[in-house]
Design a protein around this ligand. Structure first.
Ligand code: DND
Ligand code: ATP
Ligand code: GLN
Length: 609
């Protein structure tokens, strides 16, 4: 499913009308379609491409672009290894070219990312000829007139592109209305060398990069600086087309950028919103002396001319604009909303179920779910035991009242008594039984009613193993699994503040935010009985988990030696639990999952000395 198919949204833009406009320079109206594709839904994605091309053509665009692998969705992971999928992508691309022409858009070149296969082998990566390519093509007059593969492949963090793809060795250049447009795919901009300097050597008038760049906190600033730097290196206007939406743990945050040759921003699209940036550019005419053949870094120019004649001069109207930027908490919160919404919708569900303890984690998860899906699709269950405090029950009910989510109470006491009568458990076994009865209750209701269960664990808890296996860790999706507890507090406060500013009821009860966190599995239990305070814990975890610093370094950074040793040990011994945790939205550079891969069986310990 690609959202927004039914409606078409153009981002706000400023219009400039200049009386002294003389015209006569090569011009282009460029449409960057910041769309949300769904992995594997080739037909649905093709439909979206037609829809947005229709919109762009209706706005008079001369060149239309779609993100990296827009036709297949991104990342396709091991689907790339299945030739049936690769062939379906190739066939769909040809079909799309014909369809666009049949619908009357054949004259407008359309750049589309898709999955292809290579004639060439990549022996260094062990990839034979016929292996997949992360490719893009230009469709024009019913034909695929130019195709190319990503040159630089990302092979770090969540990316494994050496595992799949043969890299491209051409410098694709599309001549449209007498302007040379150099083309690139995502990582081509992130690494030094390759297509950026090649675009300069090829004397391109515009560098157009199609991307699928997963969201991480603060990455928008990094991207902006990157695009500005690359534009200066390429020596031409640079358009960076981003995708939007969510795919499993990844969120694509939009924020397409166009900068001039000096790196000054011409246009910046909204974050997290599907839509189209359409703008008029005045660009240098193609250089008749522009080189052919090998230009740079083993890249050979592959130039295709779709139209040599410059356009009759027209007055530029769509001259860019700068979309409103989200503040840090709003940005992270939006990513969490988009991630959950995409997961639920793209997996064919409508509603979610969450255990409401009255605590901040489940309250934040419920608030995110209400924003993502509407309160009418969120089901909360209070499952008190004999250790549940009155305020916990009250806070859970208050959350339901504030948000309007469906709410019910299921006491776990009779089940607990039945188990205790049969098994006679004590200590930790008795504590965890309560959590497991809640997990079983949620899964039973999920089976019965068809909602997916949300696991409310945060990154701090996941790091130290502070959750019960098959208890509060059950679920389909963990919306805040990459959010440290200290950020959980900030997000909850931000969400309430945002509601107040909009004249709405803050969703999260104040006492859920202000009371000391507790698992309430035994009388009077609070998290700080077994864990350091969350600010200190999170600071140590940020060094160990996110930055891979060793024990000595963390102690040298000023943290108590015993605390560091204990924390690191907890992290190390919880790997088995994390591996069994549901997927959840990534917001950091190192989320638990593909970003951080550690052996479960592992005797290495960051011990003193
Ligand atoms: N390497 C390994 N590979 C596979 N399994 C391994 C294992 N090491 C232990 N195990 C197994 O794991 C199980 C122990 O794990 P588990 O049953 O989860 O129990 P455990 O981790 O021992 O205890 C749960 C902890 O989480 C806390 N908690 C629970 C619930 C909610 C919250 C909260 O505030 O959110 C906190 C609770 O207070 C307690 O400290 C045992 O069956 C053990 O055999
Ligand atoms: N009484 C309860 N009723 C319903 N669900 C519960 C209850 N107690 C715990 N849970 C579920 O188990 C999860 C773990 O909760 P717990 O109270 O152990 O600690 P927590 O990690 O501090 O979470 P929270 O901040 O949501 O309380 C909760 O988020 C909630 O989904
Ligand atoms: N799809 C890609 O090539 C993405 C890689 C790039 N470094 C990014 O995170 O944006």
């Amino acid at each position: 499913m690609s959202s927004g198919r039914g409606r078409t949204r153009s981002f706000p833009r400023t219009s400039r009308r200049s009386d002294d406009y003389t015209g006569g320079v090569p011009q282009l109206r460029l449409a960057l379609n910041q769309i949300d594709s769904t992995v594997g839904d080739i037909a649905g994605n093709a439909e979206a491409i037609v829809h947005w091309t229709r919109h762009a053509a209706g706005q008079g665009a001369h060149l239309v672009a779609f993100p990296e692998m827009a036709l297949t969705g991104y990342p396709v992971e091991d689907l790339a290894l299945r030739s049936s999928f690769v062939e379906a992508s190739r066939a769909a691309l040809r079909g799309l070219a014909r369809r666009l022409a049949d619908e009357g858009f054949g004259e407008v070149p359309v750049v589309v990312g898709y999955l292809d296969r290579s004639e060439r082998a990549e022996p260094k990566l062990g990839l034979p000829a016929g292996s997949p390519e992360n490719a893009a093509a230009v469709l024009h007059r019913g034909e695929v007139v130019l195709r190319f593969a990503k040159h630089h492949l990302p092979n770090y963090g969540v990316f494994d592109e050496y595992r799949y793809f043969v890299r491209g060795d051409t410098m694709p250049v599309l001549r449209v209305h007498g302007i040379d447009v150099a083309l690139a795919i995502c990582e081509d901009l992130w690494q030094e060398g390759g297509r950026v300097p090649a675009a300069r050597h090829a004397r391109a008038g515009l560098l157009l990069s199609v991307n699928a760049s997963p969201y991480e906190r603060n990455k928008d600033d990094t991207r902006l600086e990157l695009v500005r730097k690359r534009a200066q290196e390429a020596g031409c206007v640079t358009a960076y087309l981003a995708s939007t939406g969510g795919q499993d743990e990844l969120v694509f945050d939009g924020d397409s950028i166009v900068v001039d040759a000096a790196g000054e921003v011409i246009a910046r699209a909204p974050q997290f919103v599907e839509g189209s940036v359409i703008l008029d550019l005045e660009l240098p005419a193609a250089d008749p002396e522009a080189p052919e053949g090998l230009v740079n870094d083993g890249l050979t120019v592959d130039r295709v001319v779709v139209s040599e004649e410059p356009l009759p001069a027209y007055e530029p109207e769509l001259t860019g604009g700068y979309a409103h930027r989200l503040e840090d908490e709003e940005e992270v919160y939006s990513a969490l909303v988009i991630g959950l919404r995409a997961y639920v919708a793209k997996n064919g569900f409508r509603s979610v179920l969450v255990g409401l303890s009255g605590g901040i984690d489940s309250a934040l998860v419920a608030a995110i779910a209400c924003d993502a899906l509407g309160a009418e699709n969120v089901y909360g269950v209070s499952m008190p035991s004999k250790y549940s405090s009155d305020h916990s029950r009250g806070d859970a009910a208050e959350l339901a009242r504030r948000t309007g989510l469906h709410y019910r109470t299921v006491s776990i006491e009779p089940m607990f008594d039945a188990y205790m009568g049969s098994l006679g458990l004590t200590g930790l076994a008795e504590e965890n039984l309560q959590s497991r009865l809640r997990g079983t209750t949620l899964m039973a209701l999920s089976n019965q009613e068809g909602h997916i269960v949300l696991a409310p664990g945060n990154k701090s808890e996941l790091a130290v193993g502070y959750s019960t296996l098959y208890g509060d860790s059950v679920g389909a999706f963990g919306p805040i699994k990459d959010v440290y507890k200290s950020t959980v507090f900030r997000l909850a406060r931000w969400r309430n503040r945002a509601a107040e500013e909009r004249g709405q009821t803050p969703p999260i009860p104040e006492s859920s935010i202000s009371k000391p966190p507790s698992a309430e599995l035994r009388p009077g239990q609070v998290d700080t009985d077994s864990l350091p305070d969350y600010d200190t814990l999170d600071a140590v975890l940020a060094l160990y988990v996110d930055q891979d610093r060793g024990r000595e370094e963390i102690v040298a950074a000023g943290y108590d030696e015993e605390l560091v040793t204990r924390t690191l040990r907890m992290v190390d011994t919880a790997e088995y639990k994390r591996r069994q945790y549901p997927p959840g939205t990534k917001i950091s550079a190192k989320g638990f999952g593909k970003d951080r891969r550690l052996p479960i069986t592992n005797r290495w310990r960051e011990t003193p000395g």
